[in-house]
Design a protein around this ligand. Structure first.
Ligand SMILES: [Fe+2]
Ligand SMILES: [Fe+2]
Length: 408
């Protein structure tokens, strides 16, 4: 199935086919604009003031016409893909560990022991999980509604909701085999932890290793045998099952930050390619919330590797220990691990001859763009068990977004 067929297939669920604009009208808008810009290059500098006015008029007409350039639609479609993925994983976390049902609904009972383990990181974790979930659901719904309002195809990933979820108390039993993302076994790349404490920038060639590694660890309780849902969960945990549950909650804490730092880099890479001011506004405004999420989770994850929780080993996964990152020697090494250093360190930016600047990084397409996002989520095992069709469809959307270019 090619991309247009896939997108049309998903769009049919939202809009009668006769209302959908085919690719031809949208492409005509883009091609016409490109032709105009090529013409501008030929007429030369003496006509630039009048041409600039004409360009603004053409741009205003395009924005008011209800159509997006192909590039802008591709940018928003990949953003919608990312938000649907985020919505699925956050919904799973919310069922088990959230304070309320989605969109400020009824109180959520969840998995009591998991909630207690999360609260060993911070008492507000359940509320933060619910609010983060609501944010992602709103992002996904808004982006698809905006695409539809502009006559562009939305994104629908429902046909890929086939993965196994949690069987533990709290998880929705009706969705057991209907998850889009896998949280039952995760590899969580922690290089972001070091990256944001470093004065080096990956966009300028630096590479980083996390302070420790999380391999093959669940982010959610798997079932009630592995982690009884009503056990005590003291800090530090005393029993084997309580230590197992705490290791799962700690993994979730780091996974939250991993996901949201990805969004923090993705949105700037998309925004610089936007043509319409309104699309730019959407990408900057949603992207800012991803950064807000990352900052919050970065702070909370530090509580799993400091104080009385530090040093925990998962009894079912003995290769995984959460070290005390405030007990690192020598002092120079502590600079890259100290848990309360959550504000981004100023780093090289744009060029090494400029002064250090505190920025989101990476923001290059190669390291933080759409294809890079699909790859990093895949390495995380977030899509473990997904079909080839899912990966092909995701990479088609990602490649299209990374190929978009600002047309001004
Ligand atoms: Fe989001
Ligand atoms: Fe997010």
């Amino acid at each position: 199935m090619n991309k247009e067929e896939s997108l049309n297939l998903s769009a049919e669920k939202h809009l009668p086919s006769q209302e959908l604009p085919g690719p031809e009208p949208r492409d005509q808008v883009t091609v016409g604009r490109r032709s105009f810009l090529r013409g501008l290059g030929i007429v030369g500098a003496t006509l630039l003031p009048a041409s600039a006015i004409f360009m603004r008029q053409a741009k205003a007409q395009e924005q008011n016409s209800g159509r997006l350039t192909k590039g802008d639609a591709d940018l928003l479609r990949f953003a919608a893909w990312a938000e649907i993925v985020e919505s699925d994983l956050w919904t799973q976390y919310n069922e088990l560990g959230g304070a309320t049902k989605p969109n400020d609904g009824a109180p959520n009972v969840g998995n009591p022991a998991y909630i207690l383990a999360l609260q060993n990181l911070d008492g507000d974790m359940p509320q933060y999980i619910s609010d983060n979930t609501d944010d992602e659901l709103s992002h996904a719904a808004f982006l698809n509604a905006y695409l539809l309002s502009k006559g562009a195809e939305p994104v629908n990933l429902d046909r890929f909701r086939t993965l196994l979820g949690s069987a533990a108390t709290g998880a929705d039993p009706n969705k057991f085999h209907k998850r889009l993302t896998n949280l039952r076994r995760l590899n969580v790349d922690l290089s972001w932890y070091t990256r944001y404490r470093s004065e080096d920038n990956p966009d300028l060639g630096a590479s980083f290793k996390g302070p420790f590694n999380i391999f093959n660890e669940p982010g959610i309780p798997l079932d009630d045998v592995d982690t009884p849902p009503n056990m005590a969960q003291p800090n530090p945990p005393k029993t084997t099952t309580a230590r197992r549950m705490q290791a799962i909650a700690n993994t979730a804490g780091f996974h939250f930050a991993f996901i949201e730092q990805g969004g923090s880099s993705l949105y700037p890479t998309l925004a610089v390619k936007a043509t319409s001011e309104e699309v730019l506004r959407i990408l900057l405004s949603i992207g800012g919330v991803e950064i807000d999420h990352f900052s919050l989770w970065h702070d909370k994850a530090g509580n799993a590797v400091s104080g009385s929780l530090a040093g925990l080993t998962d009894p079912k996964n003995p290769g995984l220990t959460f070290p005390d990152l405030n007990a690192v020697t020598p002092a120079a090494a502590l600079e890259l691990t100290q848990t309360n250093k959550i504000q981004p360190e100023p780093c090289d930016f744009i060029r090494t001859d400029l002064p250090p600047c505190s920025v989101i990084r990476p923001t290059s397409t190669r390291l933080g763009g759409a294809v890079a996002t699909v790859k990093s989520f895949t390495d995380d095992l977030l899509f473990l068990g997904q079909s080839n069709e899912f990966f092909e469809f995701s990479m088609q959307l990602a490649t299209a977004a990374d190929s978009a270019r600002r047309q001004l």
